[in-house]
Design a protein around this ligand. Structure first.
Ligand code: AP5
Ligand code: MG
Ligand code: ZN
Length: 210
């Protein structure tokens, strides 16, 4: 199953993808996570994209498309994948169509107010990338990851100014993809506002696996 997760920042794409990996046994490919790994080791890609990401703007299409093309060519992605955060522009969507056919596009919907609340309370594990929230998904220990014990940190793009920029960029550049994929009959809307378990149930219904 080849899936795209669309949705604004904070919609819960990463959280749902972590569950989707267990349900569908396919890899979770997050362009944001790939960029953050490159930044963590400060390789040439990391130094190129660091400032852009921390300010909440989009990395250029050419760099992003090449990254995804190479990742999708790997063995584990041949029978399926969850693409989280890609495509994010019409140009990226058309480029993707030339190298991979997707089965469904899941559009996670939440309000701006919910996105702000979720992102301003998010904590991320430095070691394994797991997401927590200081209210909605509290880690057992304030600064440690429940999964691997790694240190929890606040993403630089989760400051309020960067969140607002990301929401604006989403509206301008990514929103048109909803109609693009709806016109192709691939889009399924999912209410992302409920509890994580409810969103997982909505996901299974959308894939007709429960
Ligand atoms: P990326 O990492 O993809 O960030 P994003 O799209 O802004 O989305 P987030 O990761 O912030 O939110 P999410 O939907 O995954 O929510 P999460 O599950 O964490 O991209 C980062 C940057 O990389 C971009 O700004 C851009 O610069 C660059 N980039 C990436 N892809 C690119 C591309 N294709 N082209 C160009 N540039 C690109 O949940 C959020 C919080 O809410 C968590 O704390 C979680 O615990 C909590 N939560 C989740 N679900 C629920 C729920 N149901 N109820 C209550 N709380 C919940
Ligand atoms: Mg994410
Ligand atoms: Zn961890």
């Amino acid at each position: 199953m080849k899936l795209i997760f669309l949705g604004p920042p904070g919609a819960g794409k990463g959280t749902l993808a972590a569950k989707g990996v267990e349900i569908c046994h396919i890899p979770h490919i997050s362009t944001g996570a790939l960029f953050r790994s490159a930044i963590a080791i400060m390789n040439p890609l990391g130094s190129k994209v660091k400032a852009v990401i921390e300010e909440g703007r989009l990395v250029d299409d050419e760099t992003t498309i090449l990254l995804v093309k190479e990742r999708l060519a790997q063995k584990d992605a041949q029978s399926g994948y969850i693409l989280d955060g890609f495509p994010r522009t019409l140009f990226q969507a058309k480029a993707l169509a030339a190298f991979s056919a997707v089965d469904k596009v899941l559009n996670l919907e939440i309000s701006d107010a919910a996105a702000l609340e979720r992102l301003s309370g998010r904590r991320v594990c430095r070691k394994c990338g797991a997401n927590f929230h200081i209210t909605f998904n509290k880690p057992k220990h304030e600064h440690r990851c429940d999964v691997c014990g790694g240190e929890l940190f606040i993403r630089k793009d989760d400051r309020e100014a960067a969140i607002r920029e990301r929401l604006e960029v989403y509206r301008e550049q990514t929103l048109p993809l909803i109609e693009y994929y709806r016109n192709q009959g691939l889009l399924v809307d999912i209410d992302g506002q409920g509890l994580v378990d409810t969103v997982v149930t909505n996901f299974k219904k959308a894939l007709e696996i429960c």
